[in-house]
Structure formats: C-alpha cells, structure tokens
Design a protein around this ligand. Structure first.
Ligand SMILES: *[C@@H]1O[C@H](CO)[C@@H](O)[C@H](O)[C@H]1NC(C)=O
Ligand SMILES: *[C@@H]1O[C@H](CO)[C@@H](O)[C@H](O)[C@H]1NC(C)=O
Ligand SMILES: *[C@@H]1O[C@H](CO)[C@@H](O)[C@H](O)[C@H]1NC(C)=O
Ligand SMILES: *[C@@H]1O[C@H](CO)[C@@H](O)[C@H](O)[C@H]1NC(C)=O
Length: 794
C-alpha cells in the first residue's frame, strides 16, 4: 500500500464495505475523475519516460518517447517545424526510408505538445510509430502555403523516382496510430494537390480523434485522407471539414466507426474493396455522401465489392449513395444500408448522372440492400434491390440514440500525472528476460482501481497467470508487450490464462489499450486472455480493449534480416520457435504457440475495438516456410453484450467460436485460414477439447472454421471477410475456390437469431453452412477476387 496509504484512515469503512469486494485489491482510494488542472499538459507528456525497446541493438540508448519540442520543434505556427518533427520520427536508426520493410525493435511515440506546428513537406512515418498529440488540447499540423509533398502525414511514402516503389509493402504495413491531431490544409493554394493523411495501412493500425480542416472554396481539390490499398484496419472518431473529398478509400477490408464529414463535395469516395463496414457516419452539407466506383464482378475489374453502412445521419446532401459509373452495373455488387436517417437528402441511392434507385427526402431507411439475399437453409439466392429484414437489435447493444453503441479509445485526458502509476517505477523490468510476474501482480494488487496503470514500453516476461481485478485501467506505450512462457503454459489438457481479466462474476471497469500479448513457445497450454469481467449495470463498454493485439511470433515475424535480432526474443528465453525446429509441414510440439487467444467467459461482457489476433505464418526473410500453430482464436460463451469492432486473426481450429453466446455485434470480422492447412488438418497438432466447445470438422473440411456459431442467439455480423488463400502454402486452389469447403457454420439451434450482412469470402466453396451442411454456394456470388453474400437471415 503505497500511494493510497495516506487515505487509509478516512476510507476504511468505504474500503471494507465496497471497494475490497468490487476491486478485490487493497486499493483504498478509488480513482474518481481526472484531477488535471485546465492548463495542464496531457499526462503522457509529463510522466517520467522510462520506456525501452530491449531487443533494439542499441537498447540502452534507444528512445521510445520523443517529444517533438525536444527535437527543436517550436509549435508556434510560424517556425517551419518539418525538420524537427522528422528528426523526432527517424532518430535512433528506425525502420523506414525504403530500406527496411518492418521491425518491432524500434517502436516510437512521436508526441506533439499543445501548439501549432508549421510544416512545409510530408511527415513520413516510420514503422511501429504512434503519433500522439496532447489529448487535452489537440495540436495542429499546419501545412504551410509552400507545402510540397504527397500528404501531411504519410504512412507509406512513395520513393522519389522509384517507379511506384514505396517504403513498406501495403498489406504488411502494421502497427501505426495517429491520435489527437488537427491537420490544416487551408493555407495550401487552390490548384495544388493537398492530402491530409496518406493512410495506406494494414492490421494493428488506427486513427483516433483526428480532424482535417480543408478549404471550403468551390473547385478545391483537397482530400482529407487517401488510402489506395492495404489490408486494414480501424479508424474512429474522425472529422473532415471542407475539401473536395473527405476520405478516399481502397483497401481489402476496413472498419470505420464514427466518421463525420462536413461541407465536402464528396464525403466518402470508395475506390475498391473486398468489404468495408462503416458504423456511425455523420454527413452534413456535402454534395454526395458515398461515391462508389463500380467495376464489375471479375477480378480484373475489381472495384468496390461490398459496402455495409450502419447508423448514418445525413443532412442537406443531395445524394446519399451513388455509383460513379452506370456502365458497370448500377451499384457495387453488395450494398447494405441499415438505420440511415436522411434529412433533406433528395436521392438516397442513385447512379451518377443517371437513375435514382431509391428516393430520399427526410426519411429513415431501416434496412435496404442490393445483392444476393439468402434465408434459412435454402441455397436459392434472391437478388434484392430494396428493403430487407433488419436484424433484431437487442437493446443492450444500442447506445442512447438507437445506434450500435461505440466507445473511443480511452486516453484519460483529464487525469493528472499523479493519477498514473508506471509499472517500471514499481519494479517491473520489462527487459524481455527478467521474470516480472510478481512485480506486475503486486502492482495490480495494490493499485488497480486506484491509479491508471501505465506499462512503459518494454517486454514484460511472465511465467504465471496475472490476475487483473475489475476496476483496472491499463495503458501501454507503443504496444507494450506481455510475453508469457515457461512450464506453467505447457499442457493443452490443462490450459491456463496468461491474463485473467476479472474473476468469474466480477463487474466493473476494465480498460486495456495499447498493449500486445504474446508467448514464447512452446506454450500449448496458454490462454492469452481469459475475460471474465462484465460492465456494471447501466454502463456500456466499461469492460473493453482498444488497439491491443495478440501476436504469436514464429521464427521471426519481421522481415528484414537486419532486424533478425527479434529472433532473440525467443532465443533469450527459450529459443524454441526457430526455423530449424518449425519447418512447414512439421507438427513439432515446440512450435505450438497457444491453446486459445481470447476467451470471453459466460458472465463477461466485452467491447473490443481494433484487436488483431495474429499468428505469423510465413517467413519473408528466410528461404523456407515455417509452421507455427495457435490452437484457437476467440471463444465467446458470453451472454453479452459483446461488440467486436474491427477484429481479425488466424488460428488452427477456428478464428471465432461462439458457444452459448448471446447479444453480439461483430463488424468487420476478418480472418485467414492458416496457410499450412491441410498439412496438418485441424485440430492437429492440438487435440479436440469438448470443455472448450471445440467444433467438429465434417467430411471434406480440412481447414479451420472462420466462425462457428453454436447454441447462440442474437448475433449480428455486419461485414466479414473470411479468406482462405492457400493449401499447404500453394495457391492453386484459389482459382477454383477450393482452398476449403466450408468456413462459417451456424448450427441448427442458433438459426433463428443470427443475421449476416456483407459476408465476403475468398477461396471457399460454401460461404455459409447450416448444421455443417453447405448452404450458400460461392459460385452464385462472384464479386471480383472475393464472393459476397449480401444478407442471410432465418
Ligand atoms: C517554405 O517556407 C518556409 C518559411 O515559411 C521555409 O522555411 C521553407 O524552407 C519553405 N519550404 C519550401 C519547400 O520552399
Ligand atoms: C465521435 O467523434 C467525435 C470526434 O472525435 C466525438 O466528439 C464524439 O463524441 C464521437 N461520438 C461517438 C458517438 O463516439
Ligand atoms: C441441421 O440442418 C441441416 C440443414 O437443414 C441438416 O442437413 C442437418 O441434418 C441438421 N443437423 C442436425 C443435427 O439436426
Ligand atoms: C455450385 O454451383 C455451381 C453452379 O451452379 C455448380 O457447378 C457447382 O457444382 C456447385 N458447387 C457445389 C459444391 O455444389
């Protein structure tokens, strides 16, 4: 009892009567609201900076946290700060510039205090960077009138004279976040191209609380965000004012939550995709809401394939959705609109310069689609361009406005530095080798609910279950790592959690953000996160994770040989998942990374936003392929409410298993089947475990289920991409969609209250099965590279 001890006397009664039972800890002075003074800078700026990157070649000097002012930025709106910001970004031999594809050993937070930072060329972001502004008074990046560059913030720069070459491979551009920044393009002269963010990214990326200010002059060509490709990703709580285009997006898949576009010509320009989910879209005074490029149904013609929009409020905008060319078909192959409120929007859906498909006005569109709709066990597609059944939405999933509930990444902007407890200050080492189990457990026991617990950047090795009491708020620094290993996690017959979030039946706050959970193999008996805690009554989304990921390291999931120092992550602690031990096709027990990723137990609730549960599955820097085996992805037995917003992964038995689950909203769910299957076929190398509701594999299915739904109810899937690109690393199955037979199963007892919208699959014969019998034949739904089923309900 340290920080809180002075309050012991005053709060003894409170402690014994309520807090101890609520928190299960010795915290005696529960953290109330934030106590920062109005003029205080954000605590992240003020705390002692102790983050490290233990596997960096210069670990003792490598700096994770970089305040741009320490690198010479003035933030006065007058001085050109470009060079200073770029120095903060690049110093310390980081990964970027075109010579390094990826690395996890040089993470950084590039921090901007309050102020206005004048820039005259692009801020090129290096791999594994969080750009964070003061959350209390978000700073501005002001593009100077002489600005010259592709975008103010560029996540994947083009190399000058590089014939289109870029710094990073777009679909491997992981681990990026930009938060609490205003980007102002208004000083750039009209006629000069201007882009706020070039955001060509993949998984484990987020934009949070970002505003782009653009010109309101007619004929301007400014764009708030431009994304031409990638495999994302999540963005939320973002605002675009003015400009020609708010966001112009092309990506395999993406989840966008809480997007506002005011006074643009086009709010959202869709270039291409396999599937996008927009959840909570606010469009005011634009010319067109969604302008979607339509290509046709062949792979060569791929454009926007599947767009699913839920909870939009559109005001004073002539057209809500239009396809930009009639010649290739009236609309994207699959379009779903759910709970769309239009006010003074004459055309709800139409074709640019062509027909009105759905009249607008001042109306609410409850549920409308274009595409192939299926119901029950009938494999017969009905092509619908009109109203369809709306999923019953349990009220526990809805916020006060009747929209799906959402909650942004907690940033604790109002909290004072004295309310933040650093784990390194309390004795945890985070050096990747010291066993930090006891230190970390002690910190939770003493400070949970009493302080916000800050994991300074580092790698925290743990060998036993860490129990986190309800009432805890945890923040990492550029994805602080909990690395589990050792003898306790060896038995797949007796799996135990690494992190136990709450105990069964516990209620309260549980907020985890910016953390990364992993194992050093073998760990076939590890359940990375057992999630037990439930929201207190009357409070939604209290128990959740934001921008926190699970990653299973194989030999070296980072592709540049010059950064193969990551191998030592295993090497130092067990050296067990090297290429030599885990060649593809092997079923070496040493290559088993975890029993289960995330387990939502029956009494839990969960709000997970931007969670990537990734098993690294092929090695780009060695000549051989490696196989590493993660047993299971996410198992939910939760009665809800559960929101899975922008989650993705790949594991051996399944990616999502909903067993006795209720009241789940899931969108966009992205999965990939392990590339090694069917060699071995699931459940190998694990054995099936009925205590964990493992699915069965009907004859003909020799690959992981993407999603298996059993005895569950009120499940809404709003956008999904279930991909199977390989069989034993070969792609010959792709052309015939025979990489796996079945991918999504709904058992006969769950049929009546599961609804699926906007499901895209790749390489799969049956897109949807009932009772392990294929129902929806992919060949009815060609949509470019993927096939898309627009809606399925009972
Ligand atoms: C832009 O103007 C600033 C002064 O405001 C100057 O420092 C900078 O060098 C100029 N940049 C370019 C690319 O002309
Ligand atoms: C949406 O984002 C804006 C801007 O960050 C924020 O002010 C607002 O509270 C958010 N709304 C919801 C419902 O999350
Ligand atoms: C489930 O439904 C499917 C499709 O109607 C049927 O083929 C199968 O026999 C049923 N299974 C069970 C266990 O009832
Ligand atoms: C799917 O439908 C196509 C076209 O009707 C047919 O050729 C194919 O055999 C069907 N696939 C299966 C597995 O039944």
């Amino acid at each position: 009892m340290r920080y809180c001890s002075s309050f012991l006397f005053l709060s003894t009664i409170f402690y014994t009567s309520r807090v101890a039972s609520a928190l299960g800890t010795s915290c005696t002075s529960p953290l109330g609201g934030g106590t920062a003074a109005p003029t205080d800078p954000y605590w992240l700026e003020l705390i002692t900076h102790q983050g490290t990157s233990p596997f960096n070649p210069d670990a003792s000097t490598y700096q994770v946290f970089r305040n741009v002012k320490d690198f010479g930025a003035a933030g006065d709106g007058v001085t050109d700060d470009t060079a200073a910001i770029n120095a903060a970004m690049s110093s310390g031999n980081r990964c970027g510039g075109g010579s390094c594809g990826s690395s996890t050993v040089s993470p950084a937070i590039v921090y901007f205090p309050q102020g206005t930072y004048l820039v005259s060329s692009a801020i090129n972001t290096y791999y594994y960077t969080q750009m964070i502004g003061d959350a209390r008074n978000p700073p501005t990046l002001l593009a100077n009138s002489n600005f010259s560059g592709f975008a103010v913030i560029d996540a994947d720069p083009y190399i000058p004279s590089g014939n289109g070459a870029q710094w990073f491979v777009n679909q491997d551009n992981f681990f990026r976040s930009v938060r609490n920044l205003i980007i102002d393009l208004r000083q750039i002269p009209l006629g000069t191209s201007a882009i706020g963010l070039h955001w060509q990214v993949s998984q484990a990326t987020s934009l949070v609380n970002v505003v782009v200010e653009m010109s309101s002059a007619s004929g301007n060509t400014q764009k708030g965000l431009y994304m031409e490709s990638g495999s994302g990703g999540f963005m939320g709580d973002i605002v675009f004012n003015g400009g020609n285009i708010g966001v112009q997006v092309g990506n395999q898949q993406f989840t966008v939550r809480n997007l506002t576009v005011n006074n643009a010509d086009i709010a959202v320009s869709g270039a291409w995709n396999w599937g996008f989910t927009f959840q909570g879209v606010y469009i005011n005074n634009c010319q067109v809401g969604f302008d979607l490029t339509v290509g046709g149904n062949t792979q060569a013609a791929q454009a926007v394939g599947s767009e699913a929009i839920i909870d939009a409020v559109v005001v004073d905008t002539p057209i809500f959705v239009q396809s930009s060319a009639a010649s290739n078909g009236a609309l994207p192959y699959s379009l779903v609109l759910n709970n769309i409120q239009l006010t003074n929007v004459p055309t709800a859906v139409g074709v640019a310069g062509g027909a009105t498909i759905l009249e607008g006005g001042t109306i609410t569109i409850t549920s409308w689609c274009q595409g192939n709709v299926y119901s029950g066990t009938s494999g017969q597609a009905t092509w619908v361009q009109g109203d369809i059944v709306s999923a019953a939405k349990p009220s526990v999933l809805l916020g006060s406005s009747g929209a799906i509930f959402g909650k942004g990444h907690p940033q604790y902007a109002d909290y004072a530095t004295s309310q933040i407890m650093s784990v390194k200050s309390q004795g945890a080492k985070g050096d990747g080798t010291t066993d930090d189990t006891t230190a970390i457990q002690n910190i939770f026991d003493e400070y949970a609910g009493c302080m916000i617990i800050f994991f300074d950047a580092g790698v925290y090795y743990v060998t036993e279950t860490i129990t986190i009491p309800a009432g805890t708020q945890i923040v990492g620094e550029a994805w602080s790592v909990i690395l589990a290993g050792g003898s306790n996690f060896q038995s797949q017959n007796n799996p135990i959690p690494v992190i136990q979030a709450g105990t069964p039946g516990s209620e309260g706050l549980m907020e985890i953000s910016d953390m990364l959970f992993t194992t050093t193999g073998p760990a076939p008996g590890a359940i990375l996160i057992e999630w037990n805690v439930h929201d207190p009554s009357g409070e939604q989304g209290a128990a959740g994770m934001w921008d926190s990921h699970l990653r299973y390291v194989r030999h070296n999931d980072f592709k540049n040989p010059t950064h193969s120092v990551v191998v030592r992550l295993g090497g130092a602690i067990g050296t067990n998942m090297q290429y030599s031990q885990c060649p593809s096709g092997s079923t070496n027990a040493a290559c088993q990374a975890a029993f289960l990723g995330i387990y939502l137990t029956s009494q839990s609730s969960a709000y997970f936003e931007g969670t990537w549960v990734w098993t690294a599955d092929h090695d780009l820097d060695a000549s051989g392929q490696t196989s590493i085996f993660t047993g299971r992805g996410i198992l939910s037995e939760s009665a809800g409410p559960v929101w899975l917003i922008g989650t993705s992964e790949h594991a051996a038995l399944y990616q999502y298993n909903l067993a006795n689950a209720k009241n789940h909203y899931i969108g966009f769910a992205q999965t990939e089947t392990p590339y090694y299957q069917p060699d071995p076929a699931p459940p190998a190398p694990y054995s099936s475990n009925s205590a964990y509701y493992d699915p069965s594999y009907p004859s003909g299915l020799d690959a992981a289920w993407a999603m298996y739904i059993q005895t569950s109810s009120n499940i809404i899937i709003f956008g999904a991409g279930f991909y199977s690109f390989f069989q034993n690393y070969a792609q010959t199955c792709l052309g015939t969609n025979t990489c796996q037979a079945q991918v999504l199963n709904i058992d006969n007892s769950s049929l009546s209250s599961v609804t699926v919208y906007g499901l895209s699959t790749v390489g799969v014969t049956w897109q949807l099965s009932v009772g392990e019998t294929g129902i929806v034949n992919e060949s009815n739904n060609p949509d470019g590279l993927q096939e898309t089923l627009t809606a399925w309900y009972y």
